[in-house]
Design a protein around this ligand. Structure first.
Ligand SMILES: [Zn+2]
Length: 146
């Protein structure tokens, strides 16, 4: 047994593999259903897409509205100033610059990035992550060097 904690990506892929084995076993037992199942899945996707897409857009717009409302009320723990919408724009610019730097330094690589900086104070530079469940900004652990 390894002394390191198990990588969550490994756990996910194992679960997927297990589910894939069940599907493989089912399709081996019933080979004639493979084509119709794929066809049924495509039909379901086409039928549900007009419902799922607007729902996803509405939920995304709601999250952005919450974030903007929160940032206009949030007082920076470093300097006491209200963050404001510019703090979101500054974090967006810093994140874009960081991702561009990664691509420049590692051309052709694909990255799995989790963005943890959603606002940066314009006065003191304190960085915050937006907790979407509690609608508050929190100072993240320092990880990025952008
Ligand atoms: Zn500040």
């Amino acid at each position: 047994m390894s002394e390191f904690p198990q990588n969550p990506a490994t756990i996910t892929s194992r679960k997927r593999r297990r589910g894939g084995r069940k599907l493989d076993r089912f399709l081996r037992r019933h080979p004639a259903l493979g084509g119709p199942l794929i066809f049924l899945g495509l039909i379901l996707l086409v039928v549900l897409l007009p419902v799922l897409l607007p729902v996803a857009l509405v939920l995304h717009a709601r999250d952005l509205r919450r974030r903007r409302a929160s940032v206009e009320r949030f007082v920076c723990v470093g300097c006491g100033q209200v963050l404001g919408l510019e703090a979101l724009a500054r974090a967006d610019a810093a994140w874009a610059e960081y991702v561009e730097k990664l691509h420049r330094e590692h051309p052709g690589c694909r990255f799995r990035l989790v963005r943890e900086v959603d606002a940066i104070c314009l006065q003191c530079g304190t960085r915050y992550h937006f907790d979407e469940k509690k609608w508050i900004f929190r100072a993240p652990e320092p990880k990025y060097d952008f």
